[in-house]
Design a protein around this ligand. Structure first.
Ligand code: ATP
Length: 299
């Protein structure tokens, strides 16, 4: 460090030059440190990512298809007696076993593949309530109609609910004797209702917050095609409810989106399950011999 005397005593011009020089050196050092900070931050993030990927890979090596879990018998029984389904499709049992084991998971399965069953059935055989976040009221209404036909106790909370309906659901959330197994909400409801969040906290403290299922989970990510700002709010759920397993479901997510979703939801290292998108019943044909006019006649 350069030594300079008191400005008031001698040549102030000279002192100023000394200070300027010293300042320049400090700025250079800061730039060097900032560069080093950037380098270390990126190195740290890469190491973290690789640790989480390793965790995910280790989880996926477990045999989630087993049929000897403590809940396996009941799961099979309810599948047939309530849902009238005799056989599970690929990835359904592993997803159910993972969420029943309180392991966070993301399931990627094509539309109509049977994602909903992966949380509806576990909901029936777990104590408490499964909270389902779904982006559209119309989708929720469809699911509720289907569940009603199966005599499954499911409710929803949205902006059009009456005061009485809201009170009844709030009461059921913290009533140990309530038969309600599934509660559907829109992400906006979660993000905007402090009263609902405090009920959820109470439900959790009572050991009744069975699991959080997030439908169309790609909506969390800005890299996805359907970003919904209120989905970002779900990022606080893992910290608020550390014991509640999270299950994200989507039909469309690139590796980048899945990675981003895991970060946003704070479930890095979760189990990733991806069903095949191969549809053997669909055949694509490109007839090469036809002329343009033939195509017109074809249609
Ligand atoms: N193992 C199964 N065997 C027979 N039918 C099934 C099975 N699993 C689910 N289904 C039926 O398949 C249909 C589609 O299921 P579901 O709505 O859960 O699909 P999804 O993957 O959630 O679709 P989306 O992407 O549109 O939300 C439903 O009628 C459901 O009852």
């Amino acid at each position: 460090m350069e030594e300079y005397e008191d400005v008031s005593e001698k040549d102030p011009e000279k002192t100023l030059q000394q200070v300027e020089r010293e300042l320049k050196r400090v700025i250079q050092q800061i730039q060097i440190l900032q560069g080093r900070k950037q380098m270390l931050t990126s190195k740290r993030d890469k190491i973290k990512d690789s640790i989480q990927q390793h965790k995910s890979a280790k989880l996926s090596q477990k045999d989630w298809d087993r049929k000897d879990f403590p809940w396996s018998e009941e799961l099979k029984e309810k599948l047939q007696s309530v849902f009238k389904i005799s056989k599970l499709r690929a990835h359904q049992l592993p997803t159910m076993n993972a969420t029943m084991s309180k392991v966070d998971a993301i399931l990627i399965m094509p539309t109509g593949g049977g994602k909903s069953l992966c949380y509806q059935l576990p909901a029936l055989i777990t104590k408490g309530v499964t909270l389902v976040v779904s982006p559209l009221v119309s989708l929720i209404e469809d699911q509720l109609m289907g569940l009603k036909q199966l005599n499954v106790e499911a409710r929803m909370l949205n902006a059009s609910c009456t005061k009485e309906e809201v009170n009844a659901v709030h009461f059921a959330m913290t009533d140990a004797k309530s038969p309600m197994k599934l509660l559907y909400v829109t992400p906006e409801k979660l993000a905007k209702s402090k009263r609902f969040m405090s009920k959820l906290q109470k439900m959790y403290e009572m050991g009744r917050f069975a699991r959080l299922a997030i439908d169309e989970v790609h909506c969390c990510s800005q890299w996805g095609h359907d970003f919904r700002p209120d989905y970002k709010f779900l990022g606080i759920m893992r910290k608020m409810f550390p014991e509640t397993p999270i299950l994200g479901l989507t039909a469309t997510a690139t590796a980048r989106v899945v990675n981003d979703v895991q970060k946003i939801l704070d479930i890095q290292g979760c189990l990733l399950l991806k069903a095949s998108f191969n549809r053997p019943n669909l055949i694509y044909q490109v007839p090469s011999e036809l002329k343009n006019i033939d195509y017109i006649f074809l249609y």
